[in-house]
Design a protein around this ligand. Structure first.
Ligand SMILES: NC(=O)c1ccc[n+]([C@@H]2O[C@H](COP(=O)([O-])OP(=O)(O)OC[C@H]3O[C@@H](n4cnc5c(N)ncnc54)[C@H](O)[C@@H]3O)[C@@H](O)[C@H]2O)c1
Length: 382
């Protein structure tokens, strides 16, 4: 019988990381805060990156299996592997997530889930058939600020939604050490430019918050002479008449970003990763207190889902909403005209653990999003 608070190695959720570059360091730190998880495998095609990561983040522990290709990892996986965390260039997310699901592993994939809506559809279908969990790693969806926003919107706290305004200014093109001349500016690996990089946070954050399909968009893009988008401006119309405007500016110093969601009864101002929040109400301004506790992370939610403690905060549904939007934006930019969007095949919002394997492992039932939010994240601003 399990004694609460004591976690033995056999009970831990065993994970492998694919892609040991810069963002993998953040995931290692996030996983360190989840004692219920154990990293048992690492994979990178670049040996120097893999070795550096293994030594620096995992103390060069010999029991961690290392692979130079995902194929090899799938053919000879670490014993007891439960899930794979994919942190590679964007266009690899789809084939690698599909490979992991095909082999029976749960997946946490870095943003964006895919770079084509057709691939999102295939992943959703695979998830439906297998009952495995596929979750997307966007910080906003796991942040306490967006938990608050979700609660306000679900409870009609802003009344009928009117407009969404979102923007990001960043020096992404010329000097970003992780962007210039790397895979980020090669469309075959990135799927697109700043709209698919920092823009993925912005577009996912607004898609996640309003949680409804996009219906029509218009988009202008400027590549500033390189193969991928650097600047973009767009107008958006969602189901239900909600309208929005978004702007991505990738060739300007520093970083400034934000989102404003306006309704007939109030407004929410936040960042594209969360991190700050102001709630303007009809009765006056409510300042949401700064949350000093560390944010809830994608990795923690992923592991807790596999333990049956929680429901996923960013399941495949949001990868679908995001990819439908992105395809429409790029199509509009290419055609130079507004584009109407077909209705996406949206799965139900929550993941129900069809395997039963993980639910029985610890608590015997999945917690609802509401109870997770209440216990972990929300500080009442009033
Ligand atoms: N959530 C965030 O705030 C955030 C921030 C940065 C990056 N990211 C995302 O993380 C992902 C990776 O970005 P990064 O900045 O770490 O890039 P990176 O270039 O630093 O690292 C990518 C790693 O993937 C490896 N790789 C390439 N092809 C591979 C393959 N076929 N199999 C295994 N490994 C392979 C590379 O060798 C490299 O080590 C992207 O999806 C990016 O958008 C998210």
């Amino acid at each position: 019988m399990l004694v609460e608070g004591i976690i033995t190695v056999a009970e831990k959720i065993k994970l492998a990381i694919v892609g040991c570059g810069s963002m993998a360091y953040a995931h290692a730190d996030w996983l360190r805060e989840v004692p219920e998880a154990e990293v048992v495998g690492l994979c990178d095609i670049n040996k120097a990156n893999l070795d550096h990561y293994w030594k620096n983040k995992f103390g060069g522990r010999e029991e961690i299996r290392r692979y130079d290709s995902m194929d090899k990892m799938m053919k000879s996986p670490p014993p007891g592997l439960d899930g794979v965390i994919i942190i590679t260039p964007h266009a690899l997310h789809f084939p690698q997530a599909m490979a992991a699901l095909d082999h029976g592993y749960h997946v946490l994939v870095e943003k964006p889930m895919v770079t084509r809506s057709a691939d999102a559809r295939k992943l959703a279908e695979k998830v439906r058939k297998t009952g495995l969990l596929l979750q997307v790693s966007f910080q906003a969806s796991y942040s306490c600020e967006f938990a608050y926003i979700r609660n306000v919107l679900q409870n009609q706290g802003l009344g009928e939604l009117q407009t969404v305004t979102a923007w990001s200014h960043q020096q992404w093109r010329p000097t970003g050490p992780r962007s210039t001349w790397t895979w980020r500016q090669d469309p075959k690996l990135s799927g697109g430019g700043q709209m698919y990089d920092t823009g993925a946070h912005l577009f996912n954050a607004i898609s996640w918050a309003v949680d409804r399909p996009i219906e029509e968009v218009f988009c202008w893009v400027d590549r500033k002479g390189i193969p991928v988008d650097i600047n973009a401006v767009m107008t958006l119309r969602w189901e239900g008449g909600l309208m929005g405007t978004a702007m991505i500016s990738g060739n300007t110093p520093g970083w400034d970003e934000g989102i404003i969601i306006a309704g007939e009864k109030g407004r929410l101002h936040t960042g594209i990763h969360g991190g700050r929040l102001e709630h303007y109400h009809e009765g006056g301004k409510i300042k949401y207190p700064l949350v000093t506790a560390p944010n809830y992370t994608p990795d923690k939610n992923f592991v807790y889902c596999l333990l049956g403690r929680e429901e996923p905060l960013c399941p495949v549904r949001y990868g679908i909403l995001h990819s439908w939007l992105m395809d429409a934006l790029y199509k509009s930019a290419k055609l130079g005209e507004p584009v109407k969007v077909s209705k996406p095949p949206l799965p139900t919002q929550t993941w129900t653990n069809q395997t039963g394997k993980y639910v029985s492992k610890r608590t015997g039932g999945a917690a609802s999003l509401g109870s997770m939010v209440a216990s972990e994240n929300v500080v009442n601003p009033c």
